[in-house]
Design a protein around this ligand. Structure first.
Ligand SMILES: Nc1ncnc2c1ncn2[C@@H]1O[C@H](COP(=O)(O)OP(=O)(O)OP(=O)(O)O)[C@@H](O)[C@H]1O
Ligand SMILES: [Mg+2]
Length: 234
């Protein structure tokens, strides 16, 4: 479904992403893990069209999307839930959700998608009329996920959804992501929480200083001695 081929991305003269290749099959869940500053968000911004690559290809269903604008990429079904949620705090929960379906095709299905989102995230229904900014961090993360679902994604990409959440809320968050996957959406999960992210995934990639340092079946990566030493403190 999504394939990244030999991608290079710079900030000015700084080389951030240096020859990354990866792919995600239809219905698969992959986790991309890596420490602070490895280039995860930069890679996601580039996939979403917010940042242009120096070279390389990004193929969605076989078509190169690397020159398309972010909204055209969303319209093709690739949707990102950004790091730090990026909600409109004064607007209500429901208004924030509806913003996720501003494009034509998603707008047509707005009512039924909203029902699906409230079914998936029942806590949000009770808070529908409240300003998003008045919710707890965990609930705001749910709103961000709901807004992403409102765009009717074929592939949903999460940028560190567990950041700032308690261990309990992190578990709940990962459970929701699993439900979204089980409903048939392809998922790419980006995390510093290496163990949890790999436990849930079919396959994993480890990004180090802008390069893929390891990749493979998630279960194998969790058993990898090098990965255990560097990321799991074992
Ligand atoms: N707008 C920018 N201008 C210049 N350099 C940037 C910019 N954004 C990120 N960088 C640099 O690019 C590198 C990768 O940053 P990026 O945010 O992609 O990492 P990350 O893996 O998402 O980290 P984190 O886990 O902390 O979110 C870092 O060295 C960072 O300082
Ligand atoms: Mg980041």
């Amino acid at each position: 479904m999504l394939s990244v081929e030999d991608l290079y991305v710079n900030y000015g003269t700084l080389r951030i992403i240096q020859g990354v290749s990866m792919k995600i099959e239809d219905g698969e869940m992959i986790s991309l893990v890596g420490s602070n500053g490895a280039g995860k968000t930069t890679l996601l911004k580039t996939i979403s069209g917010l940042k242009k690559p120096e070279s390389g290809k990004i193929l969605l269903d076989g078509e190169d999307i690397s020159a398309l604008s972010p909204d055209r990429i969303v319209a093709r079904g690739l949707v990102q839930i950004p790091e730090g949620r990026k909600l409109f705090p004064q607007m209500t929960v429901q208004e924030n959700l509806e913003l996720g379906s501003y494009l034509k095709e998603a707008k047509k299905k707005r009512k039924e998608t909203l029902a699906y989102v409230y079914e998936m995230l029942p806590d949000l229904k009770k808070k529908a009329a409240m300003p998003a900014g008045s919710l707890s961090g965990g609930q705001q993360q749910m709103v961000a996920i709901g807004r992403g679902l409102m765009a009717c994604p074929k592939i949903l990409i999460f940028d560190e959804p567990s950041i700032g959440l308690s261990p309990l809320l992190t578990d709940i968050m990962f459970e929701i992501i699993r439900k979204i996957k089980d409903s048939g959406t392809t998922v790419m999960l980006v995390e510093q929480n290496v163990q949890n992210a790999l436990k849930m995934a079919d396959r994993g990639y480890v990004l180090e200083q802008g390069r893929i340092a390891m990749e493979g079946r998630a279960a194998d990566l969790l058993e990898n001695e090098e990965l255990k030493k560097s990321y799991l403190g074992i």
